[in-house]
Design a protein around this ligand. Structure first.
Ligand SMILES: [Zn+2]
Length: 882
């Protein structure tokens, strides 16, 4: 107890000692309102948080009152809130932002600036430092610190700060995730002052994807992320970028770069060296101010793109900082024995080269986080100013180096044939690459290169571009950079996933070309503007076929149904103009308004269907939009969130159902299909995670710690018994393993479905797959696989693998997708992949008239596995058993 008090006193003294560093007492410009007067409290005060509109309101006041800050709107959040960059620099720099932006663009993208011109640009240019704050909304500190940092920078008379801001333009995104910020702040206020103060938000802190918003920077699906990515891909070309996060409460206090191994093979060595320069200055400046517990070379690695730092692959010195968390704004007391580290870079919580000044424990408050944020941010600005000339020179050097590599080191081009099974995904891929600031070309004439014939319209992406690292990274298959902790010892396991190859994940054929040919290059024409494969008005037609091989055809069908158009599915395959249109393709008709409506649809979706001019006798089945229940738990259910995102994008209507609503839901009356994204079985049943013989109690208000319970499960089994369709993937498949019951009045019918999950026994035998793309063989003769190729890539991590058995009574099973005998890994990292040989990845099950579709893998993983989307869409449209 005594020690605790001493520690508490020591920390309080430390905090008091630090107060002079806060802008509160700094010499200030009196025309500018201090954050305390705007918010009614000093940001960082215990148990106080402001929301997004208050934050932006304050930044706008600064913009009006002071020439050193300028707010620029950069887009909208997924829920429609405007997003901004606050440019902060000297008044002179703010005045000529457009001019400075042009210098940035030239240095970033032009490998052949005349020497004198380059010299002038480097003399006149400024280092642009992009800071994105609190994209993870529960990590409140960075955004709460933003007003104090902005105030300090625009009002300070400190000659050092004035000098930094003359050399640097700080591009502060005051909050990267406005929707999530408001969810979190409102939730905190709701429980503040009750015993549940600090309870977790009972949903994802984003419209759709929650924490996975920082996994989206290759595929750019979310509006807020697209706004941020545009900053460095297309518009402002900052040379330095930092994303500001928080982590757990009981480890190091603050993480600064450099990261731990592994690091990306395609990113230039000097980028990592620069991050180390920034990190070294941060740890020095922070320690110098008495901020203990700063660590580096630990926890985080940097080999996968997907976070905001994907700008590393675009030659930006990209970094991440992470501060220890309090309980939102509520202080916590950390007992020294609770402090621990473990893993990459730090094996003991002790003084070490990666953490030279450990924090000793005690009170940890939002005010501490705010102080660490202020100091680390000022340090970054200082470092950028100290190295202004070198950083600007480096940026153009790297541009030249990457372009020259693209001209001299294979591969030289990626060629993506214009003829693909899935033209919708080809269109999306090309437009995505353009959104990444990559130049994409079209081949004008047939050409044979390295013995391969390419046709006019084939898409070519040359590597001789400034963003070469990114192009190569996302178009090649991934090979994990295996590093060991000790020679021959344990492999350093990936922090996140190990595969992101855009063509492979989308089921798109592409070729990596290792021969350079100038004649070939002469036949390339740059694709300007939006890429589309829509052809002109086809004239009159009897029917339009939207092939089932095309993801966009499913999209077309759902949109058409919503617009009241007549849609059917072909119950036979046909051949038309030498192209096969498989069973399950969608038919829309040209009569009446049909022609106009089909043309509109094909324009919107950027590809054209095939047309049948005269009436044919076609075997068709009706297409009806099913009534879908999508199960989402209260517990930051990102997989359900991604599913909502995909359904909204494809305009597939659904109703979200929480497990605790099951006992009151009449499924038979209300739904055709119930979907379970991947969730732990015990979470679905009880709202709690099983931990051995006990449950792990989370941090949620008891109102939300509820599951389906027995009654809910009974209702669902009644639904199955009445011909309902259940679709489940990943961990959720476990709900249906073992003995199940269908209630029958006072009695019940017990039964077992003919399958088992064998993944744990495979893991015990040494199977390890780190979020990778694996190949499966597809059972071609099944309504679940309409439009699928014979072999497809599926995304597989620590997922479920099935075995089936001979069925009893009115049950049945079919294997829909199985792993091949060998060569299973397409992209990523695995150990002992052969253990998966011939095992089942996806199965169909039947009980009476009820059907279940179980995926071992997530067919829609983070909206980045378009090659397996059709398996999910077909599940929604599975014909009922009569
Ligand atoms: Zn975070």
């Amino acid at each position: 107890m005594k020690k605790t008090n001493l520690l508490q006193t020591a920390i309080t003294l430390l905090v008091i000692a630090l107060i002079p560093c806060l802008p509160v007492t700094g010499q200030s410009d009196e025309s500018v309102i201090h954050p305390k007067d705007h918010f009614g409290f000093t940001p960082g005060d215990d148990r106080m948080l402001f929301d997004y509109s208050a934050l932006i309101g304050y930044m706008k006041l600064l913009d009006e009152a002071n020439p050193k800050l300028k707010m620029v709107e950069i887009g909208k959040s997924p829920m429609g809130k405007p997003m901004y960059i606050a440019f902060i620099s000297s008044a002179g720099n703010i005045e000529k932002l457009d001019e400075l932006r042009e210098i940035n663009r030239e240095l970033a993208l032009n490998p052949s600036i005349p020497e004198a011109e380059k010299k002038r640009m480097i003399e006149e240019g400024k280092v642009f430092v992009l800071g994105t704050l609190s994209m993870h909304s529960g990590e409140v500190g960075p955004a709460q610190a933003a007003p104090l940092i902005a105030y300090e920078l625009v009002t300070s008379k400190d000659p050092k700060i004035l000098q930094w801001m003359d050399q640097v333009v700080y591009m502060m995104v005051p909050n990267h995730n406005p929707d999530g910020m408001d969810f979190i702040v409102n939730n905190y206020k709701k429980y503040k002052g009750t015993k549940y103060e600090g309870a977790s938000l009972p949903r994802v802190y984003h419209k759709y994807v929650g924490h996975d918003n920082n996994r989206d920077f290759v595929i750019l699906t979310q509006d807020d992320n697209r706004a941020i990515a545009r900053i460095y891909n297309l518009e402002w070309f900052p040379q330095v970028m930092v994303e500001k996060h928080q982590m757990g409460s009981t480890g190091i206090r603050y993480f600064v770069p450099p990261v731990h191994d592994p690091i990306a093979e395609n990113v230039d060595a000097e980028i990592f060296n620069w991050t180390a320069v920034f990190g070294a200055n941060m740890i020095r400046d922070m320690t110098n101010e008495g901020l203990a517990g700063v660590g580096q070379h630990t926890i985080f690695d940097m080999y996968w793109p997907g976070s905001t730092e994907t700008c590393l692959w675009k030659n930006v010195i990209g970094m991440l900082t992470e501060c220890a968390s309090a309980k939102d704004a509520t202080p916590i007391f950390v007992e020294p024995n609770e402090l621990s580290v473990g893993g990459k870079g730090l094996s003991e919580y002790k003084k070490s080269i990666n953490m030279p000044l450990p924090w000793e424990g005690g009170w940890w408050r939002l005010g501490d986080i705010v102080q660490y944020e202020i100091t680390s941010t000022l340090s970054i600005l200082k470092t950028a100013s100290l190295h202004r000339e070198e950083i600007l020179t480096f940026r153009n050097d790297l541009c030249r180096k990457e372009v020259s590599k693209g001209e001299s080191v294979p591969p030289f081009y990626y060629v993506i044939p214009g003829q693909q099974r899935d033209l919708f995904e080809l269109v999306n891929l090309v437009n995505l690459m353009k959104e990444h600031g990559v130049e994409v070309y079209r081949l004008k004439e047939s050409f044979t290169l390295s013995g391969k014939n390419f046709e006019p319209g084939d898409v070519v992406i040359p590597l001789a571009q400034p963003f070469r690292p990114f192009i190569k990274e996302v178009l090649e298959p991934q090979e994990y950079p295996v590093r060991h902790y000790t020679p021959g010892g344990e492999v350093v396991k990936p922090y996140d996933i190990a595969s992101w190859s855009l063509p492979l994940h989308r089921g798109i054929t592409s070729f990596e070309m290792k021969e350079r040919n100038e004649e070939f290059e002469g036949l390339l024409e740059k694709i300007e503007g939006e890429f589309t494969l829509t052809q002109g008005d086809p004239g009159n037609f009897w029917a339009a076929i939207f092939t089932a091989t095309n993801n966009g055809s499913f999209n077309a069908a759902f949109i058409a149904a919503k617009r009241g158009m007549k849609v059917e599915r072909m119950d036979q395959a046909i051949s038309l103009g030498g192209i096969e249109y498989p069973k399950g393709s969608f038919i829309m008709y040209g009569e009446g308004k049909g022609r106009e409506q089909v043309n509109a649809l094909s324009k919107e979706l950027k590809f054209s269907p095939a047309f049948i001019k005269e009436e044919w006798k076609l075997k068709t089945i009706p297409f009806a939009v099913p009534r879908i229940a999508l199960v989402e738990t209260y517990f930051h259910d990102m997989d359900a969130g991604w599913t909502r995102y995909i359904f909204d994008t494809y305009q597939i209507p659904f109703t979200v159902l929480h497990p605790d609503q099951f006992d009151k839901t009449d499924f038979v009356k209300s739904f055709d299909v119930v979907i379970f994204p991947s969730t732990d079985k015990s979470v679905l049943m009880t709202g709690k995670r099983q931990a051995g013989d006990d449950y792990y109690m989370g941090n949620y208000h008891p109102d939300y710690v509820k599951g389906m319970g027995k009654k809910g499960m009974d209702n669902m089994m009644t639904f199955l018994d009445n011909g309902g369709i259940i679709v489940a993937w990943g961990s959720s498949a476990a709900l249906f393993e073992g003995t199940l019951e269908i209630p029958r009045g006072d009695k019940k019918e017990e039964f077992q479905l003919p399958f088992r999950d064998i993944s744990s026994s495979l893991q015990r035998s040494g199977l390890y797959v780190a979020g990778s793309l694996l190949e499966v063989d597809i059972n071609a003769d099944h309504p679940l696989t309409y439009g699928m190729p014979e072999k497809a890539g599926i995304y597989f991590g620590r997922n479920t693998v099935f075995s089936t058995s001979v069925p009893r009574f009115d049950t049945d099973r079919r294997v829909i997708a199985k792993f091949p005998e060998k060569d299973i890994l397409l992209s990523g990292y695995s150990e002992n992949q052969e253990l998966l040989g011939n095992k089942s990845a996806m199965i169909w099950l039947k009980k009476g008239k009820g059907q279940l579709v179980l995926f071992g893998f997530n067919p829609q993983f983070r909206a980045s596995t378009q090659g397996s989307y059709k398996l999910l869409f077909n599940s929604l449209l599975l014909p009922k058993i009569n």
